[in-house]
Design a protein around this ligand. Sequence first.
Ligand SMILES: [Cu+2]
Length: 472
Amino acid sequence: MNYRHLMRGLFVAVLAFGATACAPDAPDGAGSAEQVRDASVAAASAAGVLQPGDTVEFFASEFAFAPYEITAEPGTYRGILVNQGEVDHDIKFDNGDSIVASAGQSVEFGFTVPEGGVVFTCTISGHADAGMVGIVHTPASLAAVPAADEAGHASPPDEFPVVELDPDAPPYTVRDPRAPARGEGEGVTLIEGGAPDGGDLLTVEMTVEEKLMTVAEGYEQLVWTFNGTVPGPVIRTEVGDTVRVHLVNPIESEVPHSIDFHASQVAWNDEMRSIAPGEDLIYEFTTDYAGVWMYHCGTDPVLHHIANGMFGMVIVEPKGGLAPMENEFFLVQNEWYLGAQGEVSSFAKANQAAPAPDFVMFNGVAKQYLDNPIEVPTGADVRLYVLDVGPSIDSSFHIVGTIFHNVVKEGVQLFEGNDGNWGSQAVDLAPAQGAVIELRTPEDGLYPIVTHAFNFPGRGAIELLQAGDGEP
Ligand SMILES: [Cu+2]
């Protein structure tokens, strides 16, 4: 294990502890686990340099070790892994075997600190990347490493490792971009008059699935999904409907999950609570306001659960519905921060202050409609439901060669035939903002769909709308 790797391990661990280690005023995450971590880190540093034969307690939770950085003389030690989390965690020193502790369990083990120090991680899929990395320094290894700066921040990271394209990665699956009708979709049932208030009820079976998915040609990731797709299913309702979602986190899952519907008004610590593998919950709400709304997993770290695929769209039409239209599509813009092939996306990369995604894409796969254009009749009315889910980057949604004549963005409306005949060239959407956009293609041909933030079409955010046969 060389210095570069040691410092990377330390950097990722510091990221995971950012709220306590570097930002004392951070409003979130000030729960009991954090207090335990603080106390434990303090205890470890107060103890100074550990001596062979000492006992060290390592507290594990989602997704961090406490302490995550200790100094010890070379030699053998007794460790206790205390799992305070809701799922299994293990601890593996680079020079030893891994030891697993179930939720709530404590497990004893032995470990050896070599001359140059050693890195330890949780080897359960995704956990190290989410922050479960720690380091044991020795006095000798510390003397060989430049100190952290005065504020206690670790050195900035090296370049992230390049993820090589895998020519053997499975081909991607094209997502059908057609917007479903109200009540349509896998697991969705519309029961007229079935709601407690006498209105219509939509029941939605929503099951978490952690699975391999090709997110761009040659790049396969271990994504976290709602109902097996990224984005999750599009749910379409009208103002006044009741939506009853049955969220299931199956026992096979590696981590807890949750769901947060922006179309709802409910208490965060009730319906939006995280559920461990093997648990389920009912999330019921009425759709009070029309719009194009985001939903996402809200489990800590939220950034990673969104960055790894757990997002989707709810379309709420005004009561009675919008004017019927033949050509309706949904487009969800998100960005992807590649983890190693076959692994979860890189939390550390997504967590940079200036995010630099590997891909920006629509409907979960980079450039999927470039090879498989979305076809519309020339001159026909086209309605798009567009949502930017981020997790961190805006969209400047534009379709080359067209002008949007009807736009409803976050409740702000532009209608065709307005006094002055105003139109719209690009719709700006910050993360979690949505719009209904209508346009017509003037002639047969191809009309590129992009974000007009032009560093991103080359990274995947370019698709095609094909009018007629595509030949002008
Ligand atoms: Cu999740």
